[in-house]
Design a protein around this ligand. Structure first.
Ligand SMILES: O=P(O)(O)OC[C@H]1O[C@H](O[C@H]2O[C@H](CO)[C@@H](O)[C@H](O)[C@H]2O)[C@H](O)[C@@H](O)[C@@H]1O
Length: 239
């Protein structure tokens, strides 16, 4: 393996899914494995998540890794650097989405500033009705996009996603010039799959095959084992 840049989705890829966003468990040795791999890749490792960078820092250690948060709305090019972010959703649009969502018993809304995650894990049968209600709000807000995920609709502005986040990170050191590898499990990761493929890289799906993915790892524990193995390879540094 030559000089690679690693872009890693979080929920359902690095960590197991849980009943609630606050109930996830980060295995003790995972931050250390990621730090080792980042070191072996001369810092070219980023977490690329729908979560905010603040939440990622809470899970993995403050400012420990480069990161893209809130589906590309936030970017941190290197550990310790400032976070660049697009503006929050228009407050009236956010309010209208929350009103529409909370009309459904069991739905809860995670307000991430530039995006909202509207979770329906507790009431999956409501998904089609919830979707219609959210689409009605989105129809009156031309800048708004609804992304489906694991028992969630993510509402965000158009113009950025995990693909644009990977492209932006790849423009600067230590990522620039390396071969990008993205590992992800969800439909929201497919934009990043396209970005790494366009840059001559490799996409790896988790759980099930996805468009553009060259390989599938069965679940997050296999991803963690794979990353541990990579971190132990001496020749990642490359340049
Ligand atoms: O891009 P990711 O790192 O995969 O983040 C996607 C969303 O993850 C979180 O929600 C999902 O995981 C929860 C915990 O396992 C689960 O309860 C929920 O049903 C999933 O949708 C997070 O809360 C969202 O903000 C992220 O966008």
């Amino acid at each position: 393996m030559g000089a690679h840049a690693f872009f890693l989705d979080v929920d359902g890829t690095l960590i197991d899914l849980a009943a609630h966003p606050d109930a996830v468990v980060v295995p003790d040795d995972l931050p250390r494995t990621l730090a080792r791999l980042a070191e072996a890749a001369s810092g070219a490792l980023a977490l690329v998540s729908g979560r905010t960078i603040e939440r990622l820092d809470g899970l993995f250690g403050v400012a420990r890794f480069a990161a893209a948060g809130s589906h590309g709305a936030q970017l941190r090019h290197a550990p310790g650097h400032d976070v660049e972010a697009v503006p929050d959703l228009d407050p009236e649009v956010a309010q209208a989405l929350k009103r529409a969502a909370l009309a459904f018993a069991g739905v809860f809304v995670e307000d991430k500033g530039p995006s909202l995650a509207i979770h329906y894990r507790a009431c999956p049968a409501q998904a089609p009705h919830l979707r219609l209600a959210l689409e009605e709000v989105a129809a009156a807000a031309p800048d708004l996009v609804l992304l489906p995920g694991h028992f969630v609709f993510e509402a965000k502005r158009a113009g950025y996603d995990k693909g644009s986040a990977v492209e932006a990170l790849m423009r600067h050191p230590p990522f620039a010039g390396r071969t990008p590898v993205f590992i992800g499990d969800d439909v929201t990761d497919e934009a990043a799959f396209r970005a790494v493929l366009a840059a001559g890289g490799l996409a790896i799906a988790v759980g099930a095959p996805r468009a553009g993915a060259a390989a599938v790892l069965p679940d997050p524990s296999d991803v963690r084992r794979f990353l541990t193995h990579l971190a132990a390879q001496p020749h990642q540094r490359g340049r």
